[in-house]
Write a protein that binds this ligand. Structure first.
Ligand SMILES: NC(=O)c1ccc[n+]([C@@H]2O[C@H](COP(=O)([O-])OP(=O)(O)OC[C@H]3O[C@@H](n4cnc5c(N)ncnc54)[C@H](O)[C@@H]3O)[C@@H](O)[C@H]2O)c1
Length: 325
């Protein structure tokens, strides 16, 4: 297979590229290198099965050319992370909405199967536990930019499903829940690389708010493998799937766990949200994925747990590869 990964120089995309190459596929990464990097692609950049196109989703002729040469598309390019979205809302919305719309239009015209990487953010404030794919969403005001990311991802999902229904585009939506692992950058406010960075430096580990908010992490390799299987399962097309891990942890507990595994003596401090984020921040106290649909469809079960994630992120940071942008 010739696989195109938009955003393939980023955290998840680079692991996906590596997994596809390891299983004998040809991979083209299409990325504007805004948060992605060649460093992320270090292990595959010289592989004859690999090609890098430096291009922007909003450059339609370039995108069209990249899509023309592939058999299937993994659409991961996006501006990601609450912090980045609050700081650059216009760029984020243009990339996440217009870029996704352009990509889907071209894929539909050429009949290329597409997987869209969406996010558990689309559930917004919904409090049901666990969250199933067809549960209702609940957002704050459109004037609160935190919701711009969720809104753009939700529109991408609806557009992909509409192309599937109206034009038979083989499209599948993957709603990712807190993916973590080596190479994740702290630039967008991602919690595990941030805590690890602080623990290894011996500076305070900063927990936002009360630290009682919970998260449920999934290992990037489990996620990459699930995405490949979903896109290659025709019965999954036209559907939305949660992809996540098992087991929740509070952010205060996470800080303690990271500090212990890093062998650090950093103090743990609590920082009010108003000091950590620009105006327009609303916290989510927790989201747990219902994984029954994806288990039924492809037999998905997360294999790599939180301990493995933290250990690998520490090892990666110790190896000297920067996780901070
Ligand atoms: N990391 C998570 O926990 C998580 C959770 C839910 C959903 N997702 C989704 O997974 C996907 C990948 O996220 P990630 O964590 O790897 O983030 P990332 O920032 O590491 O990767 C995004 C990539 O997209 C590229 N990109 C951004 N704008 C672009 C543009 N206009 N044109 C071309 N390339 C562009 C960046 O350079 C980067 O390489 C995103 O769609 C994100 O919304 C991630």
């Amino acid at each position: 297979m010739k696989c195109l990964i938009t955003g393939g120089a980023g955290f998840i995309g680079s692991h996906l590229a590596q997994e596809l190459i390891a299983t004998g596929n040809f991979v083209t990464v299409f990325d504007n290198m805004s948060t992605g990097s060649r460093e992320n692609l270090r292990d595959i950049i010289d592989n004859p099965l690999f090609e890098l196109i430096e291009g922007d989703l909003l450059d339609t002729p370039m995108l069209e050319q990249a899509i023309a040469g592939c058999d299937e598309i993994y659409h991961l390019a996006a501006m990601v992370g609450v912090k980045l979205i609050l700081e650059r809302p216009l760029d984020a919305m243009r990339t996440n909405m217009e870029g996704t719309a352009a990509m889907l239009g071209i894929a539909a015209a050429r009949g290329r199967p597409v997987l869209i990487a969406s996010s558990s953010e689309v559930y917004g404030h919904a409090t049901r536990e666990p969250l199933a794919e067809d549960d209702p969403r609940q957002y704050g005001s459109t004037a609160t930019f935190r919701w711009a990311y969720a809104g753009a991802k939700a529109m991408g999902e609806s557009l992909a499903l509409a192309y599937h229904r109206r034009e038979r585009l083989p499209a599948v939506v993957a709603r990712l829940f807190n993916v973590a692992g080596p190479r994740q950058s702290a630039h967008g406010g991602m919690v595990i690389p941030s805590f690890v960075e602080q623990a290894l430096r011996g500076t305070p580990i900063t927990v936002y708010g009360t630290g009682r908010q919970t998260r449920c992490f999934s290992h990037v390799l489990d996620v990459a493998r699930a995405m490949i299987r979903l896109l290659r399962s025709p019965e999954a097309h036209g559907e939305i799937f949660n992809i996540g891990g098992h087991g929740t942890i509070t952010m205060a507990q996470l800080a303690v766990r990271v500090r212990k595994l890093a062998g650090s003596s950093s103090p743990i401090t609590f920082v009010p949200y108003r000091d950590a984020y620009p105006d327009g921040f609303e916290e989510i106290m927790g989201r747990v994925p219902d994984l029954r649909r994806i288990e039924r469809a492809i037999g998905y079960r997360p294999e790599l747990g939180l301990e493995t994630i933290i250990r690998q992120v520490i090892e990666h940071a110790r190896a000297g590869t920067p996780t901070m942008a």
